[in-house]
Structure formats: C-alpha cells, structure tokens
Ligand binder design. Sequence first.
Ligand code: BG6
Ligand code: MG
Length: 218
Amino acid sequence: MFKAIAFDLDGVITDTANYHYLAWKALGDDLGIPFDRQFNEQLKGISRMASLEKILELGKRTADFSNEQKLALAAKKNTHYLTLIKTISPADILPGISSLLNELKEANIQMVIASASKNAPTILAGLGIQDYFDAIIDPDSLTSGKPDPEIFSQSAQVLGLTPNELIGIEDSEAGIQSINAANMFSVGVGEATSMKLADSRVDSTAELTLDFLKQVFI
Ligand code: BG6
Ligand code: MG
C-alpha cells in the first residue's frame, strides 16, 4: 500500500493548464509565433522560462532577445496569467479531487504538491485546500525541472519515504517522465496519446478515488 501521493497542480487539481495555454498563446500571437493546443502539450509541466524558450525555438526567434528581454516576456505572460486566475475559488477544483483529498486525509495518506509553478501557493490558497498538504516543493529549490526526476525524488524525501511508497499524479508528458524516472508509480490524467508512458491512466480526475488508486498500485 502506498503511503503518500505527489500531486501535480495545474491540470490535475485545477484547470489552470488551460489558463497557462491562453496566456502563452496570447504572447505567441504578439510575437508572431502562433501555436495550437497540440504544441502546447510540450509546454505542460515545464518551467516558465523553459516554456518561453520552446515558443521562441518554434518561431526561430531564440537569438532575437537578450536574457533581460526574455525575463520581461515571461513576466508579461505571468501578469496575464494572474489576471486569468484572479477569481479562482473552491469551485475551480477539478471533479473528484475534493473527495479524493478527504479520503486520503481520512486514510492518513500524506500529500505533497510537486508543481513547477511558482504560483502554486497562491492557487492552493484560492482553492482553499492548502491545509491538506504536508509539503509544497519549491520549484526554485530544483536544479532541473520535469522531466528530470528531481521534483518527485524530493517529494518522497521531504516526507521521509522512498519513491516506491508514493504515487505521482500528472497531466503532462514531462511530468509522467519525471515520476517514472524517480521510480515512482505514475498515474496520468488525459488522452492515451499524451499519457502513453503512465503506469495507469484516467480520462478525467473524476475517476481518481482511493479505491481506484489502491487497485492500480503495484
Ligand atoms: C506547470 C505548468 O505546472 O507550471 C506549466 O504545467 C507552467 O504550464 C509551469 O509553465 C510554471 O508555472 P508558473 O506559474 O511558475 O509560470
Ligand atoms: Mg500539469
């Protein structure tokens, strides 16, 4: 039986993945680098600066901007993103997640947030669920982001557990790779095409119950 769950935030606990997409897309359009939701799959799970680099690479514009200008572009995206999530509330928790958090708490299963987002504490406060979590990994403390295993390895470490005692839940390809590389059991939320490396997969967070996790965990 697993002892803890390491949750991704954006796209697993709340649908902020869509707001990240809208904010990046607006920046891409401004720069004359249009892209679609399929390209956006590559931006999920990776850091703000890594996302910007991927968009600039797509438009072959990497060399056009200094580091300072890149920081300004990333800040512009984040300002837009913050306006999109300004009214975030408990109503924005994805289906099934509130009951899962309650089931886990009751079963004394620890919970940790393993998100690349520097906005995670703000979002958890807006959703009103910060008290469920035993730890929130600070992305600034990491040497390498997803798909590197560091964030999930650190999730196990802060709880005093080994990775094989945890389940990691993710909606991004980079995130599933990160969980797997940490030797943790991975559960993917999303379509089979982007979740093909996950040990187990659901279409919707509504399927994530304690019983389901007990059944699939090996
Ligand atoms: C991840 C998202 O959770 O956080 C990415 O999947 C996002 O899309 C990344 O770029 C960083 O988020 P933030 O809030 O620090 O810009
Ligand atoms: Mg995500």
